[in-house]
Ligand binder design. Structure first.
Ligand SMILES: *[C@@H]1O[C@H](CO)[C@@H](O)[C@H](O)[C@H]1NC(C)=O
Ligand SMILES: *[C@@H]1O[C@H](CO)[C@@H](O)[C@H](O)[C@H]1NC(C)=O
Ligand SMILES: *[C@@H]1O[C@H](CO)[C@@H](O)[C@H](O)[C@H]1NC(C)=O
Length: 416
């Protein structure tokens, strides 16, 4: 090739670069593994592994009906926020740590549990609805023990490195993994749902809930030493990239609108309940402050604050932009203005006003993607995807820029 032609080629490449410089491409999202803590907004099967009867419907239609290879053990129509996060950074599904049969932990591990509050569970009753004893402090203990087990399978004691070692992430990459903490929803929701706390009383638990999350975050970044038998003391690796997600507005959730709405209730411009929204606003404000404080205390840790609340309200402001036509109505539910009735909830059958209702049919509404709430309680695939897209691409997240990478949700999807 002559010099002239090289020159032409070079200037052509320059022009190409100028054109693409207009929209600088974000780098690929990449992490060796993802780990998660939280409640039913994040659990992929811990609580059903522990209590198969209590949470039986998590693996039955229509829950997870849009998830590839369902039964999915997920309380949503398709994918959870955690799923989008994992697939977005080009990993496989994040298995629950309690999955004894056929768990593949190479992409990370999920410690979240349906019904798990942020605040420590001191007394637990098995018949207490959708609650579980696996609060954040227990999940933290699972995580510490998990590290010890991973170390054990990597250590020369356990030689040769075999099948178990292959199904685990490497201890040395833990500090480069992505950690999700999305907790607190259960604390507020369950008391209001069971009417054991009034909205006013619920507002008073905010400092305790946020403190529990703060304690958990502190433990995640604090090195713990471990002395194995007949070996030197080890310092276990800690989390260095953590995404803490705040809570969507409680007063816009169909179950809450159904239970607390009415002629005496105060509504905001989106048709949500002002008193309940106050609780989540207070939670989010305090959580943001605590995360700021922790960031100052641990400058070596990348602490990200994902604003799920503002993603939710953005969709409420302009639902059409997200193809949402029923922002305040559940997809899987029955009756009333919000398609929700506590007597027969998603995944169950029952009698309502002498009529048989069957909410195990899939899909339970003509277009699940048009809803922000799946079952009146849990966020939908549509919302979860919008939130993670924003977080990965640097919107609705602090510090600004967020994870600053381009997601590829098609990375893992057996159905498409
Ligand atoms: C993570 O830990 C490994 C092994 O201890 C170390 O080589 C690596 O530099 C650490 N990475 C970060 C981002 O701290
Ligand atoms: C909304 O629907 C249109 C038409 O089907 C599609 O092109 C667009 O990507 C959708 N938007 C979102 C946010 O899903
Ligand atoms: C509810 O509907 C599903 C799907 O059509 C059906 O398989 C199931 O038998 C029905 N349940 C009852 C109790 O009729």
């Amino acid at each position: 090739m002559g010099l002239l032609r090289w020159g032409a080629l070079l200037s052509f490449i320059c022009i190409l670069q100028l054109v693409s410089a207009k929209e600088p491409a974000l780098p690929e999202c990449k992490f060796p593994a993802v780990f998660a803590f939280g409640d039913s907004l994040t659990d992929t099967g811990n609580s059903i592994a522990a209590f198969p009867d209590q949470f039986a419907n998590a693996e039955l239609d229509p829950n997870g009906v849009e998830f590839p290879t369902h039964a999915a053990d997920r309380y949503t129509d398709g994918k959870l926020l955690l799923d989008f996060l994992a697939f977005g950074v080009r990993l496989n599904p994040i298995y629950p740590v309690l999955r004894g049969t056929g768990g593949d932990f190479t992409s990370g591990t999920n410690f979240a549990a349906y019904g798990a509050p942020a605040r420590s569970v001191k007394v637990w009753r098995a018949d207490a609805g959708f609650s579980s004893p696996f609060s954040l402090d227990v999940q933290q203990q699972w995580f510490e023990r998990y590290k010890v087990r991973v170390w054990f399978y990597e250590s020369p004691i356990f030689n040769p490195k075999g099948r178990i070692w292959q199904s685990l992430p490497k201890l040395a990459t833990l500090n480069e993994s992505l950690f999700l903490v999305w907790s607190g929803y259960q604390d507020y929701f369950s008391g209001l749902y069971d009417k054991t706390l009034t909205p006013k009383q619920t507002l008073k638990i905010v400092p305790d809930v946020v403190e529990a999350i703060e304690t958990h975050l502190t433990k995640m970044v604090t090195p713990v030493s471990y002395t194995p038998p007949a070996s030197e003391t080890l310092i276990m690796p800690t989390a260095s990239t953590i995404l803490v997600v705040n809570l969507p507005p409680l007063g816009c959730i169909p179950a809450m609108l159904t239970l607390y709405g009415g002629p005496h209730a105060k509504y905001d411009s989106h048709g949500c309940l002002s008193d309940l929204n106050k609780i989540t606003r207070e939670h989010n404000k305090l959580l943001a402050k605590k995360v700021d404080d922790l960031r100052a205390k641990h400058p070596d840790v990348k602490l990200l604050y994902g604003d799920a609340h503002s993603v939710y309200t953005d969709i409420l402001k302009d639902p059409k932009k997200y193809n949402v036509t029923s922002p305040l109505k559940a997809c899987c539910g029955v009756g009333g203005a919000y398609n929700f009735n506590k007597e027969v909830t998603c995944g169950h059958t029952g009698m309502l006003e002498n009529k048989f209702v069957n909410l195990t049919v899939a899909p339970p509404c003509p277009n699940p993607a048009a809803h922000m709430s799946w079952d009146g309680i849990h966020t939908s695939n549509t919302f979860n995807k919008a939130a993670v897209t924003a977080f990965l691409m640097g919107e609705h997240i602090t510090p600004k820029g967020g994870l600053n990478c381009s997601p590829d949700f098609s990375h893992w999807d057996l159905r498409t």
